[in-house]
Design a protein around this ligand. Structure first.
Ligand code: PLP
Length: 464
């Protein structure tokens, strides 16, 4: 069944008593939210039986697709066997131990120890506390600042939101955590330095060197970035960017943290995003695809030397950081079943193989005048809309072009996401070429319609 989602499938939020985050409460109150009732493979269904192709892997996380019986069985079996064990009080469980070992085996070289959380924001809070703890244990009391990129997304708890570089996560919530230094992002389409790759020599990475000079290396604990910015608009750094960042971090004794919440577990066609850039960070943050969203899980993988610093602190030191549900056995069992699927169905290699197909399919959207840039890497892509292709002038914000295209796709049974006027596509890794065509063809019609509407408005304005 296709067509506009109706009022019934958008059950009233007020009646549901449920607050939907990342949305306007006023709009949800007036229009309700689409109620999803079923998922299978790359598809989800609403309460009236309408089917949608999940072109965003729900929230960049449902890597193996919806409704996998293997994961359901693993969850049920572990619940019957042992439903909880408090890793905070020195108890452990087999699923948590097995999962930590498996993630350590998958992680870039040298990253060996895993600390679990219930999601990405908690994992970044963990990073903030561990970076400061690490430097203090090493007698470097002043190394407490973080360098984070413009328009990065690291979560919405107070520390993680302070690392986040999106103004709407700050405006109403100040004061933020002090000690975050903002750095330009590697955004070649709109280079802050007005340069072009490769002649630029990746000068945007050298900005870190200038920040270190200005702030003093003795005050900076860590640099944090996503291997590819997700929420910020699928911004892909140029080759060599992270290698330069790694060199600068090494030169000044600064920890390098990769936030792999979206890019981890295959999204870019490699186990982790940093494998794609051939760089090993000191801490690696994961969440989302580790369970494909079946249950909430996140965590941080630590370099062995960081962990050894905690051990060397001796028996009188205890790690006073952690969460009740860290290493939850049922959640870890779900993650193990999910990683089994990822491995058995060779989904990481599949992402790498299908990447050129997605790139070509999205590339066809360049025929629309309002498409300024199309970019993709692995099975993650974006279409950036502009008013004027030559000057890259953005569309007026009040036109809400991105949101309109997203809604027009939804009416055609395809889910994508709009970050302002950048439309993101990030399907489950099991997606087929035909399903990629389905996503792109919905985008094609939606961009065409909205583009024509905007052109009509423009000419009406000129003729007035
Ligand atoms: N870091 C990145 C890169 C993310 O994309 C997200 C969520 O989208 C987070 C952190 C926050 O994760 P969570 O929503 O699980 O707290």
């Amino acid at each position: 069944m296709k067509g506009r989602p109706t009022a019934r499938s958008r059950r009233r939020a007020g009646a549901m008593h449920l607050v939907h985050a990342f949305a306007s409460p006023a709009v949800i109150q007036a229009e309700g939210a689409l109620t999803l009732v079923k998922g299978k493979g790359v598809y989800v269904w609403d309460s009236e039986g309408r089917r949608y192709l999940d072109g965003l892997a729900s929230l960049w996380n449902v890597a193996v697709g919806h409704g996998r019986p293997e994961i359901a069985r693993a969850i049920a079996a572990q619940t019957r066997q042992l439903s909880f064990a408090p890793t905070l009080l020195g108890f452990s469980s087999e699923p948590a131990q097995k999962l930590a070992a498996r993630i350590a085996r998958m992680a870039p070289k040298g990253l060996t120890r895993v600390i679990f959380t219930s999601g990405g924001s908690e994992a970044n809070e963990t990073v903030i506390r561990l970076v400061r703890l690490y430097w203090r244990l090493r007698g470097r009391e002043e190394k407490i600042k973080f360098v984070a990129l413009d328009r990065a997304y690291h979560g919405s708890t107070t520390g993680a939101a302070s690392l986040t570089g999106l103004p709407h996560f700050h405006r109403y919530y100040e004061p933020l955590m002090p000690g975050v230094v903002r750095m330009m992002r590697p955004y070649c389409y709109r280079c802050d330095l007005g340069l072009r790759y490769p002649q630029c020599g990746v000068a945007c990475a050298d900005e870190l060197e200038r920040i270190v000079e200005r702030e003093g290396a003795d005050t900076i604990g860590a640099f944090i970035a996503e291997p590819v910015q997700g929420v910020g608009g699928v911004v892909i750094p140029p080759p060599g960017y992270f290698r330069r960042i790694r060199e600068i971090c090494d030169r000044h004794d600064i920890l390098m943290v990769a936030d792999e919440v979206i890019t981890g577990f295959g999204r870019l066609g490699t186990r982790f995003g940093m494998d794609r850039w051939k760089v090993a960070p000191d801490m690696l943050v994961f969440a989302k695809s580790v369970t494909s969203g079946y249950l909430p899980l996140g965590g941080v993988v630590l370099r062995e030397s960081i962990y050894q610093t905690l051990v060397d602190a001796g028996p009188d030191f205890a790690l006073h950081h952690g969460f009740t549900y860290a290493g939850h056995p049922v959640v870890c069992a779900a993650a193990l079943a999910n990683l089994d699927i990822l491995e058995r169905e060779k989904l990481i290699a599949r992402a790498r193989k299908l990447a050129p197909y997605l790139a070509r399919a999205l590339g066809s959207l360049r025929r629309h005048r309002i498409v300024g840039e199309v970019r993709s890497i692995g099975l993650m892509g974006a279409v950036e809309l502009v008013r004027d292709r030559e000057t890259k002038e953005p569309l007026a914000a009040e036109l809400k072009a991105g949101a309109r295209i997203r809604n027009a796709c939804l009416e055609r049974g395809v889910i994508v996401r709009a970050s302002l006027d950048t439309i993101a596509v990030c399907p489950p890794l099991i997606v087929t070429p035909k399903q990629i065509d389905e996503i792109v063809s919905a985008l094609d019609v939606a961009i065409g319609e909205v583009g024509n509407e905007l052109a009509d408005r423009d000419s009406a304005r000129v003729n007035r």
